[in-house]
Design a protein around this ligand. Structure first.
Ligand code: FES
Length: 140
């Protein structure tokens, strides 16, 4: 008497077919440290000081730097490589930075984490103005 093997249901087969490409996309979208841009390793000219409004911030994506200005006019700069897995942060809403990889949020005026999964603050940079142009560099 032949034994019956349980046949794979149509649902099981379809589930496998659907999950495989989704898992692949997840890895590609996550990026992480392997795709991370290099941290700032020397002085970089950002642009005119007038680009950053009081109580505001401006994201310089090409250099992975955000600059904010207090109400009193003091400038602050932070490296915008996410402290979670190193993705370059590409979105600034007001003074809130939002990482595209896993949704961490940071305060552009303090570098502090507003939303996990990141737990460490952004790395502070030195910033000075030379002939009206902002120059950011790693802190000594
Ligand atoms: S790299 Fe994961 S939240 Fe930014």
């Amino acid at each position: 008497m032949p034994t019956r093997r349980p046949a794979a249901s149509r649902r099981t087969v379809l589930r496998g077919a659907v999950l495989t490409p989704v898992a692949g996309l997840g890895l590609a979208a996550c990026g992480g440290a392997d795709d991370a841009a290099a941290p700032l390793n020397g002085p970089v000219e950002l642009g005119p000081e007038s680009e950053v409004a009081k109580d505001g911030a401006k994201l310089y994506r090409d250099h992975n730097v955000v600059v904010s200005r207090s109400e009193e006019g003091t400038l602050k700069a932070y490296d915008t490589l996410c402290t979670h897995a190193g993705c370059p942060i590409n979105k600034l809403e007001g003074t809130k930075l939002i990482c595209p990889c896993h949704g961490s949020e940071f305060d552009a005026t303090t570098g502090k984490v507003l939303r996990e999964p990141a737990v460490a603050p952004l790395k502070a940079l030195a910033i000075e103005v030379k002939n009206g142009t902002m120059v950011a560099k790693p802190q000594a």
